[in-house]
Ligand binder design. Sequence first.
Ligand SMILES: [Zn+2]
Length: 313
Amino acid sequence: MKYYFGIDIGGTEIKFGFFDETKRLIDTFKILTPTENIREELVNSIFLKVKERLEKEKLTLDSLYGIGLTIPGPVNSAGIIIFCANLNVGYDFDIVTAIKEKFNKPTLKVVVGNDANLAAYGEYKILARSNLSNLVFITLGTGVGGGVIVNKKLVTGFTGSAGEIGHMPYDLNNNRKCGCGGIGCVETIAGTAGMIQTANDLMKKEKSIMKDKTLTPKVIFDSAKEGDLVALKVVDSVSQAIGYMAATIATIVDPEVFIIGGGVAQAGQFLLSKINYHYQQVARFETTKARFELAKLGNDAGFYGAFYLLLED
Ligand SMILES: [Zn+2]
């Protein structure tokens, strides 16, 4: 039997998925992301955890065939992390070579990709409908990210920036600075900071049950479900930004399904129906047929995608 690990490297924790060649998930576990000497410690801790987990099954490194990694930032086509704001590994980190050297196993397959892209791929593979060829994954959390599957293949692009859909220009006059350095990206409205800013701006003039609460997306969505007008306006602005963004993407990709994931997706059908409403207002041609569905894998999507990427040739 061949064994594989899909490993989702985040800014605060690293999540491992341990698989066998029948695509069965044997186990999942996580560790904290190292905070010092990160390049070396990252590779070290992955090596130690993988070895330890194999030994628990009375296996050696001989039965390990592949390690798939996700990175919270862009990865170029050669598998090099040029720079990653969420993972302090400096410039031009060749993590694939570093892992191979640590395991001292030239035949070991090591692949690496962007976390949102691979989460998209994981969701796509788990949906596993033979008739599904084009899918767009939208992740709503601190930021707005995504991944695009066209003709059953993950699109990574020339510089590894494909799927950075949250940075699509949306409201160039809103004067809100985005984490990417741009102004008026979708994320400045639909990301966590954007939602909170919209709520605070509205509460300067309008009454709200959120007035004395610490604002989070959950507080905003829960208040909207209770009928709070300010919260409903915030949810509407988020849904419009995502709906219009999706309609723009649809003119290029024409997907069958948009999958909505990330922490904010816990708002469920309430959010989905509002996004779909705005989408339908501006969707062109027959792209109105695209459906919106909730993600199924939650925080496991990244390591599933990294694992499935390993099975590609
Ligand atoms: Zn941006």
